[in-house]
Design a protein around this ligand. Structure first.
Ligand SMILES: Cc1ncc(C[n+]2csc(CCOP(=O)(O)OP(=O)(O)O)c2C)c(N)n1
Length: 600
């Protein structure tokens, strides 16, 4: 199992009653797998905050509850988290949060262990799939024992690497007595909340004792006493492989840290070294406890710490590592770089082709497949910060513009899932504050970027069953956009799309253009007969290349002189007919009409 599959199995084996998530790499497959098990409620929530709130509700109703998210998702859920720590939980509540250590697919690299410290919550850190399974179950038990939410901190490596997993018996969670009214606990007004604060600190003291005594934190002896390592998660695997004879304190319950155990290890070795991905957290705490240690003074504070990185950075302390570095056991073959690009016939292609033709625009972007519009050949996206940010930033670009941008049109581009996640509020702000912004809402009826999960725009739930489908045009109107400035357009029909964008950007006020073609990777997409380039007719204008469809190749480039004497480069093209799904976008800008239905 991958770590994600193992966690899903453990959620079921722990008899959780409710599981909720918003997709995000590397955590997406957890809920996809949970949803395959019977006898528990699973949902895609519209964002991570809602998923945590659903879990909180289920927990205080008495059942075990689970939610999963990627690291940045916990920023979104943090408002709920920071007060949940005061109320505590009834049914065990586990929050799996997956840090994308090494930036495989994220806008930043965050260390979610900060949240455990910030919210005074215990953190469990599995090192592989087997531990992911076991620790998920232990997390539920710990959560109920201390009436606290528990953070299960994962990294991309734990989520995606597969190993053999031995699973246990499915348990029956304790019978729930149902929601018990108790305003002093569940209604966090100041008078109630402040009384809970001492309990949080008392709980933390008990958790520290637990951390000193639990077998999750184990001191592995080693004969080589030059250094002892304190480590957790997959970094433990890397340390064990690099230093097979060193004593290691492996932390499974890494917060609160078992400082007595750390002290005991420090007394046995010449140098203590903390190996943690990514930030300097344990190390700072260990130093604050008066224990001398090394850590980020010699190791990187970003990215993974696999053996080759450890060897490079610790060679000064362990001269034999340098020699080992010169003789790699495996040849690492470089992979041919393949920049990410949009799919063949992606409905976003027409939008970016259109945007790339515009002058004097500032385009606030968002997070999704359409973020690729920032790249070649479109170069038609000027900002990306976080989910939903295109709305507020566009408004800020409008209201904050100086004389240099006076004549520029402000456009925001956002996907359906991102709009529902955090974009709606921004659009409300644009409408309310009368922003001069044109919003392009790219409704492809799925969460494309994370692999095509269902959402309220697809009209299906996590099991693929029919669910109410959101009507974006009516929603935009309800948020305050004038009906005549809300348009639904087909992104495969370039002239209509271009006209809509031109007209709405001329209008002095907020407008919304909704594109309505499904993602090519979902069932709703209907493949059409493919096209091909008539080589005899192709004049090398290269306009079809500007669409950015990966089914179009340049076969030959030639320099030529225009009648004006200006030198131009011609690009003769070919369409990969096996890949082409006949969207017809490339036909439209083709100057000599050289694209035709492919011969069958
Ligand atoms: C807070 C947060 N949660 C989750 C993600 C992961 N993620 C990136 S883009 C995206 C949604 C993309 O869907 P949509 O907006 O519909 O655009 P599409 O990819 O379908 O074009 C998600 C869930 C993230 N980057 N940040």
């Amino acid at each position: 199992m991958s770590g994600n599959e193992a966690i899903a199995r453990a959620v079921w084996d722990a008899d959780a009653r409710v599981a909720a998530a918003y997709p995000g790499t590397p955590a997406t497959e957890i809920l996809e797998n949970v949803a395959r098990y019977p006898d528990l409620y699973a949902e895609w929530s519209v964002n991570e905050k809602v998923s945590l709130e659903v879990a909180i509700g289920a927990s205080i109703a008495g059942g075990r509850a689970f939610c999963a998210m990627k690291h940045v998702g916990l920023n979104v859920a943090a408002d709920a988290l920071m007060t949940l720590t005061l109320t505590g939980v009834v049914g065990g509540l586990v929050i799996a949060v997956a840090d994308d250590v090494g930036f495989s697919s994220s806008q930043n690299e965050q260390d979610s262990r900060f949240w455990g410290r910030f919210a005074h919550l215990p953190i469990l850190e599995p090192a592989d799939s087997q531990e992911a399974y076991a620790m998920t179950r232990q997390a539920f038990a710990l959560s109920e024992k201390f009436e606290t939410p528990v953070i299960l901190r994962l990294t991309t490596r734990v989520c995606h690497v597969k190993c053999l997993v031995t699973v246990g018996e499915r348990e029956r969670a304790r019978a729930a007595e149902g929601f018990v009214k108790n305003p002093a606990r569940w209604v966090m007004v100041p008078a109630h909340a402040q009384r809970r604060v001492p309990e949080v600190f008392a709980r933390e003291r008990l958790l520290r004792e637990e951390s000193e005594n639990t077998p999750l934190n184990r001191l592995e002896p080693g004969a080589d006493r030059r250094a002892g390592f304190v480590t957790s998660g997959p970094a433990y695997m890397h340390v064990r492989e690099t230093f097979p004879d060193a004593p290691i304190l492996k932390l499974g319950l890494s917060h609160p840290a078992p400082l007595d155990k750390v002290r005991a290890l420090a007394a046995q070795v010449d140098t203590l070294i903390v190996v943690e991905e990514t930030e300097q957290l344990l190390e700072t705490e260990i130093r604050a406890a008066g224990i001398a240690t090394r850590g980020k003074d010699i190791l990187p504070a970003a990215g993974e710490l696999p053996p080759h990185v450890l060897k490079k950075h610790l060679a000064a302390l362990f001269p034999e590592l340098d020699a080992a570095r010169e003789k790699p056991r495996f040849a690492i073959l470089p992979v041919f770089p393949r920049p990410p690009t949009m799919c063949v016939a992606c409905p976003h292609l027409g939008v970016y082709y259109t945007l790339s033709q515009l002058k004097n625009v500032i385009i606030a972007g968002d997070i999704g497949c359409y973020t690729l519009g920032a790249g070649h050949p479109w170069n038609a996206l000027d900002t990306t910060i976080c989910m939903g940010a295109s709305m507020g930033m566009a408004l800020g670009l409008d209201k904050g513009r100086g004389p240099a941008d006076e004549k520029k049109k402000i456009i925001a581009v956002i996907g359906d899932s991102t709009f529902m996640h955090m974009g709606m509020q921004g659009l409300l702000d644009i409408a309310y504050n009368r922003g001069n912004v044109t919003v392009l809402l790219l409704d492809n009826r799925t969460v494309g970027m994370t692999g095509g999960q269902d959402n309220p725009a697809s009209g299906r739930d996590i099991h693929g069953e029919e669910a109410p489908r959101v009507d974006f045009a009516r929603l935009a109107e309800a948020l305050g956009i004038a009906r005549e400035h809300i348009r639904v357009v087909d992104p495969y029909v370039l002239p209509t799309l271009f006209k809509a964008v031109r007209e709405e950007t001329k209008y002095d006020g907020p407008s919304v253009i909704i594109t309505n073609r499904p993602c090519v990777l979902i069932d709703e997409y209907e493949k059409q007969p493919s096209y091909e380039v008539d080589e005899a007719a192709c004049t090398g204008c290269g306009n079809c290349v500007e669409i950015g469809c990966p089914a179009i190749h340049v076969t030959r480039r030639e320099k030529a002189l225009k009648p004006s004497g200006k030198e131009v480069e011609l690009a003769f093209t070919r369409i990969e007919t096996a890949a082409c799904t006949g969207c017809g976008l490339c036909l439209q800008p083709c100057a000599p009409n050289a694209i035709r239905a492919a011969a069958v």
